[in-house]
Design a protein around this ligand. Sequence first.
Ligand SMILES: Nc1ncnc2c1ncn2[C@@H]1O[C@H](COP(=O)(O)OP(=O)(O)O)[C@@H](O)[C@H]1O
Ligand SMILES: [Mg+2]
Length: 303
Amino acid sequence: MEYPDSIDAVQESLARENYVCGRALATVVFLSLRLGRPLFLEGEAGTGKTEIAKTLARALGRPLIRLQCYEGLDASSAVYDWNFPAQMIAIRTAEAAGGSTREGLQEELFGPDYLIERPLLQAMRPSDAGAPVLLIDELDRTDEPFEAFLLEALSDFQVTIPELGTIKAPEPPIVILTSNRTREVHDALKRRCLYHWVDYPDVQRELDILQARVPEASLQLSKEVIAFVQSLRTEDVFKKPGVAETIDWAKCLLALDVISLTPEVISDTLGALLKYQDDIQRIQGSEASRLLEEAKAQAKEMV
Ligand SMILES: Nc1ncnc2c1ncn2[C@@H]1O[C@H](COP(=O)(O)OP(=O)(O)O)[C@@H](O)[C@H]1O
Ligand SMILES: [Mg+2]
């Protein structure tokens, strides 16, 4: 599918896939597609960074290739590896058959049949649908050497495998990098990308998201949920609930046939919103009741 030809068109095509995209985010997505630049999304956990890459792939009808980062991730796990067990079996088989290893085996062992393609190499491969969306997720979990390596890979979209030669993407992939900012990602990498900070949504947008994702929740309950979560985010908690938690909580409330929030219901389900015992303890009880009163008043004002 062709890229959307305006910022509005980006918003519409994402909305069709139930992703509520603000103007600012839609603008960088549009520009990143138009200019062919990687998009770097940074923000708290659960604010929709990973989801937008998945949604964009669906909206454009492109394959999604995901590189999940973790501590110790290295080039061989990110780009390619050799299928060592299969190589061993081939050697043993050749030995058993011929006594000594036959000619040409070495070359065969380091050929395409024994190559394991990891996400970065997969992303260089052409597909009928067009260039894939390459999601490099939670980059802050890797270390600096990997970032430096990535900087190079993203600059020319080619990979050199000594035994096979250089593989170059016929069309560069659509690249989205995310970071939950558990540490700062190096400037050099950020400069190569378009950057956007993904903040918690405001009341209206979060209500839109909830209605898109949990349409079976009544408008009244949805408003109370959003108002409560939004005021909870202003509290001094160690880990604020993200949009993912809002959605989970609403689903819990539906499963419990809750029609309207009460202090008891909140106390029973707080674990869907807060994931640290200290936070739960701090909010549980009188603090939750105060927030609930505030939320009920706020929910009435919402349109
Ligand atoms: N703007 C949005 N529109 C629709 N759903 C959203 C939006 N933002 C977040 N979500 C929901 O929240 C969930 C968590 O988002 P995710 O992308 O995993 O967060 P992050 O990668 O930022 O930690 C998603 O699965 C999705 O259901
Ligand atoms: Mg994520």
